[in-house]
Design a protein around this ligand. Structure first.
Ligand code: ARG
Length: 455
């Protein structure tokens, strides 16, 4: 079939080139935004007297009909069309005749696609935001239901100091709050309307760009028409934000070693050969899919690198990458929230792990400091005592007082209280630290951020 853009060329494109060039298989996702955008455009053309009000009305009704028919299934996409924009215009013209051909006045597919994609991604950001809030809700609930549970905190993947499990959970909550912030920030910059930029230089028609921007819910218009049709930084920004979000999901997962938690059967799988297995496939897939999202981001960055102004067809490659990234992150969040809220916490396993690793050695040093010894000397003696325990096969809690006193006269019976794990946790009263009061303040902060509409 000859193209809508036939004119300068015959429009007779080889079928191989046609398939290669076509984007409708993936940009059909934008049908709703494309049609809504076109309705606002028709209204603007009518309001400005560029076409008659009657024609604008016909176009809007025709577009509404296409939207309803696509949604009811009465109309199907024609994958022979080059892209979603051509498809809608073609159907409109088939249905309305010559009036349909007026829709594309004072517009180009270049500003049209930039508009559609922004509208689509704004909605996606809203969906992702709601899903992140679900994950945050699950984290807060687990933290509140497991107050007082002690686990080892790690550095270098070695047991370092005792912490509250709820403190550990709040670390993820803070990360996810920043993710929400990044998504909101990205949405703010995306919320600028490019329509009316036309091919690149603006138009000779007396359009009203702000009319369209307002009608479509944008805060502002793109102030430079060349920029309006050229940059895809809003896609890159969103993909960066969701890449960081994916990174946080796997950090969260990677910390659950040694059976500190047990996932519900609904979010695990069995092995086809080893009967004892309960595999955390969902969590592993989230980890695996993180690579895919990073790949989408790197792919688009590479596509955009060094492109000259203004529109280039290279930019058609933006859509599959950004669609894949947002679809993937949504899937991951959808499985993560219920997986977290149904997991069982194992306080005994955590406590045991916390007891075995001399994670109260810092507190032993702090004890000596409290009794007047300089920290560096206290650190050295505590290290020697840990080495002694390892040699004797005991832990700090069971080493006799005489042995302690052979290292320093400052040791007394009250040392056993100071190295008790609960006391170690409770002494960490600094803001943001692991004491119960401090963690309660963190939980309250997260809830306030979530509830107060700050994120
Ligand atoms: N399908 C194209 C894209 O996704 C739409 C814009 C086409 N513009 C053009 N001048 N060929 O980028």
């Amino acid at each position: 079939m000859s193209k809508l853009w036939a004119g300068r060329t015959s429009g007779e494109v080889s079928s191989i080139a046609d398939d290669f060039n076509s984007s409708i298989r993936f940009d059909c996702k934008l049908y709703k935004q494309d049609i809504t955008g076109s309705m606002a455009h028709a209204a603007m053309l009518g309001a400005q007297g560029i076409i008659s009000q009657a024609e604008a009305g016909q176009l809007i009704d025709g577009l509404q009909g296409i939207l309803s028919d696509l949604e009811s299934g009465a109309l199907e996409f024609d994958f022979g069309c080059e892209d979603i924009h051509m498809f809608v215009e073609q159907v409109l013209t088939q249905r309305l005749g010559d009036v349909g051909k007026k829709l594309h006045t004072a517009r180009s597919r270049n500003d049209q696609v930039a508009l559609d994609l922004r509208m689509y991604l704004k909605d996606q950001i809203d969906e992702i935001t709601a899903l992140v809030k679900d994950v945050l809700g699950a984290i807060v609930a687990q933290a509140e239901n497991n107050k007082g549970v002690i686990m080892p905190g790690y550095t270098h993947l070695q047991r370092a100091q005792p912490i509250l499990f709820s403190h550990h959970l709040m670390a993820y909550a803070m990360m996810l709050l920043r993710d929400l912030d990044r998504l909101g920030d990205c949405r703010k910059r995306m919320n600028v309307c490019p329509i009316g930029s036309c091919a690149l230089a603006g138009t000779t028609y007396p359009t009203d760009r702000r009319f369209e921007a307002r009608k479509l819910g944008f805060d502002d218009i793109a102030r430079n028409s060349i920029d309006g049709v050229s940059d895809r930084d809003f896609c890159v920004e969103l993909m960066s934000a969701v890449s960081i979000l994916m990174m946080h999901l796997i950090i969260l997962w990677a910390s659950w070693e040694f059976k500190f938690i047990e996932l519900s059967d609904a979010y695990t799988t069995g092995s086809s050969i080893m009967p004892q297995k309960k595999n955390p496939d969902m969590a592993e897939l989230v980890r695996g899919k993180t690579g895919r999202v990073y790949g989408d981001l790197m792919g688009l960055l590479t596509t955009l690198k060094g492109l000259p102004l203004a529109y280039n067809k290279d930019m058609q490659e933006d859509k599959e990458a950004v669609f894949d990234a947002v679809d993937t992150v949504k899937m991951c969040l959808k499985v993560f929230a219920p997986m977290l809220s149904t997991m069982t916490v194992k306080p005994e396993t955590m406590k045991k792990a916390a007891q075995g690793g001399f994670i109260n050695a810092t507190d032993l040093a702090d004890y000596l400091v409290k009794k007047g010894m300089p920290f560096r000397s206290a650190y050295k003696i505590s290290g020697q005592i840990v080495a002694r325990c390892i040699a004797d096969g005991c832990v700090l809690e069971t080493l006799p007082l005489e042995t302690y006193r052979s290292y320093s006269e400052l040791f007394d019976n009250d040392l056993y209280h100071d190295i008790d794990l609960t006391a170690c946790v409770e002494k960490r009263i600094s803001e943001g630290g692991t004491s119960a009061a401090s963690v309660d303040a963190q939980i309250a902060y997260v809830k306030e951020q979530l509830g107060g509409g700050n994120v």
